[in-house]
Design a protein around this ligand. Sequence first.
Ligand code: HEM
Length: 126
Amino acid sequence: MTLFYSKALEDKLLGPFFIHELGDDMQSEEWVDHIDLLADFWLSELNGENTYIGNYIGAHIKVSHITQESFVIWLKLFSQAVNKVYTQDIAEQFKDRGILLAKEFQQVLKIKGKEWIQTKRKTYSS
Ligand code: HEM
C-alpha cells in the first residue's frame, strides 16, 4: 500500500486527487488512517475477512474529474507495486481484483474511454 501511494503521489495525473483529499504528507494522520483503511479493504477483498465497512464507490463520487486515463495509471502503478512487494501468485490475485474493481468503478462512475480495459493482465505484468 505504502509503495503504491508513494508512487501515486509523485504521479502528475494521480497525485493531485490524493493531495486534494488527504494532503501530501504520508506521515500525517489522514494518510496513516487511509492506508490502514485500504489494508482492511484489501484483506476483505482477497481473504473474505470482515475487515472493511465502508462505501468505496461513494468515496470516489466526490473525487471529481477522475478520468479513464487516471484509472489506467492507477492500475499501472498498482500492478507495479504489487509485483514488487508480493510473490507472483499473490500479486496476480491483487491485479485480477484491481482490474475488476477498476472496471466496476468506471461503470458506476460512468467514465467512458475508447481503449478501456482491453487491458489484459499481461499488460501489467512487468
Ligand atoms: C483514478 C483512480 C483512483 C483515484 C484517483 C482514487 C482516489 C481516492 C481518494 C482521493 C480517496 C480518499 C477519499 C477520502 O478519504 O476522502 C480514495 C479512497 C478509496 N479508494 Fe480510491 N481512487 C482510485 C481508484 C481506486 C480503485 C480502483 C480502488 C479499488 C480497487 C480504490 C479503493 C479505494 C477505497 C477502498 C477507498 C476508501 C473508501 C472509504 O473511505 O471507505 N480506489 N480513493
